[in-house]
Design a protein around this ligand. Structure first.
Ligand SMILES: Cc1cc2nc3c(=O)[nH]c(=O)nc-3n(C[C@H](O)[C@H](O)[C@H](O)COP(=O)(O)OP(=O)(O)OC[C@H]3O[C@@H](n4cnc5c(N)ncnc54)[C@H](O)[C@@H]3O)c2cc1C
Length: 201
């Protein structure tokens, strides 16, 4: 008779194989890892290695070229662990493709999903998530950025800070207050009025 909590089952074959793939990618960027972490821009060779690995398939639903109908959080965690062991930049790039595009995957209109998600998967579009503001961190209900419909457009007003990939991203998923509630708003990087600054806010 056994006592105490059950032993963890461990990773199955599928996840072990993913881990090996991710470790191989991580090892391939190890020579540039320190340089990539020190740089303020996206590191081209790290980006190329990640794009070529096919592992961004994990952050996009199968309908748009991804690996599975529903995203597999364990698979994503396994890959991130392997990446971050060698390169924070590689892990960040992979992680941001996921969290930056997830609002599109779950709430985007079909044309928006068809436009952006295959590009996220191929890493031809870089994603960013913009939640934090100069005066708002953990307590996201306090965001002061607003969005309102004006004519046929959406007008977003506010400032975000600490945004990973800011300036390099092709789109931003932005949290904003809309009336009494909150919305995630897709902001392509070439949207009129969008400005990215570096330094103190
Ligand atoms: C490297 C880096 C990259 C980032 N990238 C992004 C990004 O891409 N997009 C984005 O939107 N943001 C990004 N952020 C911002 C990050 O998400 C915020 O720093 C985070 O939300 C915490 O906010 P804060 O720093 O203002 O801390 P605060 O919210 O002020 O919290 C300060 C401390 O108080 C604790 N605390 C807060 N509230 C409570 C509570 N109710 N009970 C108990 N303890 C509490 C916190 O745990 C923390 O220890 C990034 C930050 C860093 C450092």
């Amino acid at each position: 008779m056994s006592v105490g909590p059950p032993e963890p089952a461990g990773l199955g074959e599928h996840h072990l194989a993913l881990r090996e793939r991710a470790r191989a990618v991580a090892r391939s960027v190890a020579p540039y890892a320190a340089e990539a972490d020190a740089a303020v821009a996206l590191h081209a060779k790290v980006r190329e290695a990640l794009a070529g690995s096919g592992l961004c398939d994990l952050v996009v639903p199968a309908e748009f070229g991804g690996a599975a109908d529903r995203l597999d959080p364990l698979a994503i965690a396994v890959v991130r662990e392997a990446f971050m062991y060698e390169s924070a930049h590689l892990d960040s790039m992979f992680g941001m493709q996921g969290v930056g595009s997830y609002p599109i995957a779950v709430g985007g209109t079909p044309p928006v999903q068809r436009h952006w998600l295959p590009r996220v998967r191929a890493l031809t579009a870089v994603a960013a998530l913009a939640l934090t503001e100069p005066d708002v961190g953990s307590d996201l209900r306090a965001v002061s950025t607003t969005v309102e419909a004006v004519g046929g457009d959406l007008r977003l007003r506010g400032r975000k800070s600490f945004i990973t990939n800011a300036g390099a991203a092709d789109f931003y998923s932005v949290l904003a207050r809309e009336g009494e509630g909150w919305s995630m708003v897709l902001v392509p990087a070439d949207s009129p009025g969008l400005a990215v600054t570096c330094g103190a806010t």
